[in-house]
Design a protein around this ligand. Structure first.
Ligand SMILES: [Zn+2]
Length: 191
């Protein structure tokens, strides 16, 4: 585990009132983060999401089921792909194998300080705007393939505990891979 949360500054957002120490941002009109909502509350929150909606999950501990529910809720049924506006997953704890694929991120995505405790697969996603993975910790393998990054992509001080292959990834902005561990290089316009 590499959450290292004890070394971090307190979050600069209001935090969940449902569980001691939870730094998840409350969602909707509740005082709980997405992970600590009751079933009815969660259904209501998900029902209020539409394709193109912003998603703000800062500090929340997300299982694979919760991640899948989020992206399903913003699925554009015409094209069969999830469509998020701005995605904020800063300091999110991804506590399962995570698969995020074929998703359009229309207004940038931020995973700064996020922790992935299990393998993560980010494939065939389209990022418009910046994609920030600074200080993220990938404890296991991360697979990125077929993704399109239209803006700057940064992995400053990201940590890679496993393999991090980038295959068939289209970067059109600047890319900074300054991770500790597996990646020590800078790539520009890599295809
Ligand atoms: Zn919570």
């Amino acid at each position: 585990m590499s959450t290292g949360d004890e070394d971090r500054p307190p979050p600069d957002w209001a935090t969940c009132a449902r569980a001691p120490g939870c730094i998840g941002i409350p969602v909707g009109s509740t005082d709980g983060c997405f992970a600590h909502l009751g079933d009815d509350e969660r259904d209501r929150f998900l029902g209020g999401l539409v394709p193109g909606a912003d998603i703000d999950m800062r500090g929340t501990a997300l299982t694979r089921i919760l991640v899948d529910q989020l992206f399903d809720a913003v699925r554009n049924t015409d094209i069969g792909r999830p469509h998020v506006g701005h995605a904020n997953f800063d300091r999110v704890l991804f506590a399962d194998d995570i698969v995020i694929e074929r998703t359009a991120f229309g207004h940038g995505a931020s995973f700064r300080g996020a922790t992935f405790t299990h393998p993560v697969r980010l494939t065939a996603n389209a990022f418009t705007g910046p994609a920030l993975f600074d200080d993220a910790a990938f404890d296991h393998d991360v697979e990125m393939s077929g993704d399109t990054f239209g803006g700057d992509v940064t992995f400053r001080d990201a940590r890679f505990g496993g393999q991090a292959p980038f295959s068939d990834v289209d970067f059109s902005g600047n890319v900074q891979l300054a991770g500790r561990g597996g990646l020590q290089r800078s790539v520009h316009h890599m295809r």
